[in-house]
Ligand binder design. Structure first.
Ligand SMILES: O=C(O)CCC(=O)C(=O)O
Ligand SMILES: [Fe+2]
Length: 207
């Protein structure tokens, strides 16, 4: 284990094994409850104040917004916006070091945003790597929802290349990560607000 790393040996081994064998991994209770609650409060406050923006698809000149294909509202994070966000970014930095040390991925940077899906909104099947930019290598999503019930919907449906689809329930403090280039996935509609932090480790720094 790295000195003072957020990742103990058991979590690190499971994460690396799952990524290697199935291109994705999920971990329940990944965040302490206090941090989940602080991040959820921040996301909800930003949503109420109108600070979130309709999310787009694609990149640069090919970027489009179409809420029937992608319905979330987002806010990109910057270091220093709050103690809770900085704590989250520090944990993601630990994760970057684990991935580089063990999988030799050469990840250089991380970008992430809050996401808010209102009831009935969804994100249709996609991959997270852009056609004209292969710098996103690993996608990581952490759910901030309190007391989510599976019957409320909103699952992340993963479509592995050579295995059956898998649904991840967006339970609070749950973390899922997968290979950005390979894993097709979608967000199913839910019956209540669904909040998360979505992030990407990149091979090259953000410009
Ligand atoms: O919120 C999720 O479960 C996944 C979100 C997603 O696929 C994305 O933002 O690209
Ligand atoms: Fe995605």
């Amino acid at each position: 284990m790295l000195p003072n790393s957020y990742f103990d040996d058991a979590m690190r081994l499971r994460l690396l094994h799952n990524l290697n064998t199935q291109a994705w991994s999920q971990h329940s209770l990944f965040l302490p409850e206090t941090l989940r609650a602080d991040l959820a409060d921040e996301c909800n406050a930003m949503q109420l104040s109108g600070a979130l923006r309709e999310a787009g698809m694609g990149h640069a000149l090919s970027r489009i917004t179409d809420s029937t294909l992608r319905g979330d509202q987002i806010l990109w994070l910057e270091a220093g916006r709050s103690q809770a966000c900085d704590r989250y970014l520090a944990i993601m930095e630990d994760l970057r070091l684990v991935l580089n040390r063990h999988l030799f991925l050469g990840l250089e940077s991380f970008e992430s945003h809050f996401a808010f899906y209102a009831p009935g909104t969804a994100y249709t099947v996609h991959r997270d790597q852009f056609h004209d930019d292969d710098s996103r290598v690993i996608s990581v999503v952490i759910y901030l929802n309190q007391d989510w019930l599976p019957e409320e919907g909103g699952a992340l449906r993963l479509h592995p290349i050579d295995a059956a689809a898998e649904d991840v329930v967006p339970t609070g403090a749950h973390m899922v990560l997968f290979l950005s280039a390979e894993m097709r996935h979608e967000v199913l509609p839910s019956t209540r607000n669904r909040i998360s932090l979505a992030g990407w480790f990149r091979r090259r720094p953000v410009d």
